[in-house]
Ligand binder design. Sequence first.
Ligand SMILES: O=C(O)CCC(=O)C(=O)O
Ligand SMILES: [Mn+2]
Length: 202
Amino acid sequence: MTDPRRIRGFELWQDHLDRTAQEALVADLRQVVTLAPFFVPVTPGGRQMSVRMTAAGRLGWVTDRKGYRYEPAHPSGQPWPPIPDRVLAIWHEVTGLQREPDCCLINFYGKGARMGLHQDRDEGDFSWPVVSVSLGDSALFRMGGTDRAAGTEILWLHSGDVLVMGGAARLAWHGVDRLRHRSSTLLPQGGRINLTLRVVAQ
Ligand SMILES: O=C(O)CCC(=O)C(=O)O
Ligand SMILES: [Mn+2]
């Protein structure tokens, strides 16, 4: 395990997961998605997001015309499946925390999907870090400061990278500009999976 690199307060654990670990995670996620299928998130303003989403854990982050929020169940009404142990192990490794995350948001980026610049701020306590795991195609990640006017810089996130947004970077602006389609062979159809682990504390 290599030491993390600090960029603007973000902690990047490059190549944290080797190919075998990535494949095992994808197998776990296939089980989750069987129980909690991907859905098309809609912003409160009524626009469809380009990513497909689902979640695991006590709470899942959802968005629709009613707003951004955490819900104890998938839109189908079924409770979210538990967060796979392998995912929890990554959280513990990179944060050193005893406390488990409440939510593992699962974003799927197909060809052309992106995520606009935003802050993660629907949680009750920003002293807990957010951990983000990248699987599949490489993504051009944009990161800024806590002040939107602070400017941004870009960084390619590759399959197996783990990024921690904690401390001063917990409320930093961030987003995904684009993918490098078919840059990874991890997912047979291409695309990217992002896992975003958060303590919701509400
Ligand atoms: O896909 C990513 O790397 C970031 C996802 C993200 O920021 C989010 O879901 O809040
Ligand atoms: Mn985010």
